[in-house]
Design a protein around this ligand. Structure first.
Ligand code: ATP
Ligand code: MG
Ligand code: MG
Ligand code: MG
Length: 461
């Protein structure tokens, strides 16, 4: 509906881009609809049309701590967006977002609350005078929520649209309104008006070419329309959550703690499935490490729920089934996705129980000594020997109000790297000079061919 609506307004509907940014070192993973379109905003590349609309797969690891706890955050979600590269501006963008929400989707006008940037009277007046939203229903928020900026470059104020899901979803505290941390007033859409250029020193000048960049979470809109508790119970995610419940022999919404683990597993398996389909492999750095962290975190929550053995490939099959119509690459890469998940999960399963037992011993030792901070050395031992990503250790301890000496962890890591560097021998066990291998140019890198084929084909000529 969204893509068709914006096509009817002259936009070109483009396919979702990969989760792996193209020619952009500033970003590990695509986290918004605008991210892969950046070259069109900066003028580096010419867009195929000045009006574009997309449904973009996104990963936001910055939200990882919210996952399972709030109703509205996933590490994976799809972002609907309409974009103008120097074409239409605020007026059209606001009118169209209102038209889409109230006429196409049919949301009740009374439940919608726009917000604008502090001094953006232009946007305020469009909402108030042209659309007719009463002034007391329009909120003015500061930089944190209503100004989009990423270092130097194009930036500008934004206008978010919140939806009141009703009392049953609220915290009930006095003063609970738009902007409250609870999930009653849920942000569904953000309209960004990129009208300034920041020179990197906080000096703003008006851009000649003004752009529109909007983003609406598809699952968030579904939460509102379907009137369900969270992202994980909308129709396209519910079958997955049900399956996690079945594996854990439990029901959803019986035990608050279990619910968090159930949602984390559903969320992470979905993220991992999509990441692998875009060619990301588990590793110890960069986006590969993000993938590894998500898989290991999900594995640990599986343990908390009493799930035994490997479970992620099974769940991933459901993710693929539920999403393959929109993302055919999932079905095409199915065998590879399942294999990568199975291998990584098994690798961690071999040490997770031992690691958890060692961590429990460390905790008892700490409590005997009345300490609340785990030493960097111990955290590093868990990482190095048992494959516990640092944030997993932090999370486990946090549940017991304990913390980790993170600086000490980094120091231990550095020390080990140095030792390894020094220990690198120049001869092998037969006395041959191995420095000759070190002179092989770094450009010769191995290319993973498993996306297209499962076995290496050797060619005899
Ligand atoms: P919030 O304040 O709720 O964290 P945000 O202001 O960080 O959201 P934006 O960066 O404005 O979100 O992204 C545009 C839209 O994308 C949001 O209005 C929301 O609908 C959706 N969105 C953002 N983060 C997530 C997420 N983690 N999971 C699902 N949808 C999201
Ligand atoms: Mg956010
Ligand atoms: Mg927000
Ligand atoms: Mg926002």
């Amino acid at each position: 509906m969204f893509l068709e609506f914006f096509e009817s307004k002259g936009h070109l509907a483009m396919k979702s881009f990969s989760l792996v940014p193209h020619n952009d070192n500033s970003l590990l993973l695509i986290n918004s609809g605008m991210a892969p379109l950046k070259p069109y905003f900066t003028g580096q590349e010419i867009p195929p049309r000045r009006r574009v609309t997309t449904c973009q797969k996104c990963i936001r690891t910055g939200d990882i701590e919210n996952i399972g706890k709030t109703a509205r955050h996933g590490t994976f979600f799809e972002m609907l967006g309409n974009f103008s590269f120097g074409d239409y501006f605020k007026d059209e963008a606001i009118h169209w977002s209102w038209e889409f929400l109230t006429e196409v989707v049919g949301l009740e006008k009374d439940r919608l609350y726009p917000s604008v940037y502090l001094d953006d009277d232009e946007a305020f007046n469009i909402w108030n005078k042209e659309i007719g939203v009463p002034a007391e229903k329009i909120f003015r928020f500061g930089k944190e929520d209503n100004f989009w900026e990423h270092g130097a470059g194009p930036c500008g104020p934004c206008s978010e649209i919140y939806y009141d899901r009703g009392e049953k979803y609220g915290c009930g505290k006095p003063g609970c309104t738009v902007g409250c941390e609870c999930d009653r007033y849920i942000e569904v859409w953000n309209n960004v008006f990129t009208q300034f250029e920041n020179d990197g020193h906080g000096n703003y000048t008006e851009l000649k070419q003004k752009n529109i960049d909007t983003g609406m979470g598809l699952e968030r809109l579904a939460v509102v329309v379907q009137d369900v508790d969270s992202l994980f119970t909308v129709d396209t995610n519910k079958a997955l959550l049900d399956e996690v419940c079945a594996l854990a022999h439990t029901k959803y919404q019986v035990d608050h703690k279990k619910d968090i683990s159930l949602r984390i597993i559903a969320d992470h398996v979905k993220s991992c499935t999509f990441m692998i389909s875009d060619g990301i492999m588990p590793s110890n750095e960069g986006r590969g490490y993000v993938l590894r962290r998500l898989i290991r975190r999900a594995a640990r929550h599986g343990r908390l729920l009493g799930i035994e053995g490997r479970f992620m490939p099974e769940l991933s099959k459901t993710v693929i089934e539920l999403s393959k119509d929109g993302y055919p690459e999932l079905e095409e890469k199915k065998a590879m996705i399942l294999k990568v998940l199975a291998e990584e999960e098994e690798k961690f399963n071999k040490t997770i129980d031992q690691g958890l037992a060692i961590l429990a011993d460390m905790e008892s030792e700490m409590s005997a000594k009345n300490e609340t901070v785990l030493s960097g050395e111990n955290a590093f031992k868990l990482y190095d020997t048992y494959g516990f990503p640092l944030d997993l250790t932090i999370e486990i301890l946090e549940e017991k109000n304990l913390t980790v000496d993170e600086e000490g962890f980094q120091a231990a890591m550095k020390e080990q790297r140095e030792k390894a560097r020094k220990a690198r021998k120049t001869t092998n066990y037969m006395g041959a000079d191995v420095t000759v291998y070190q002179s092989i140019p770094a450009e010769i890198t191995s290319k993973f061919v498993g996306y297209d084929r499962l076995q290496h084909e050797s060619k005899i000529t």
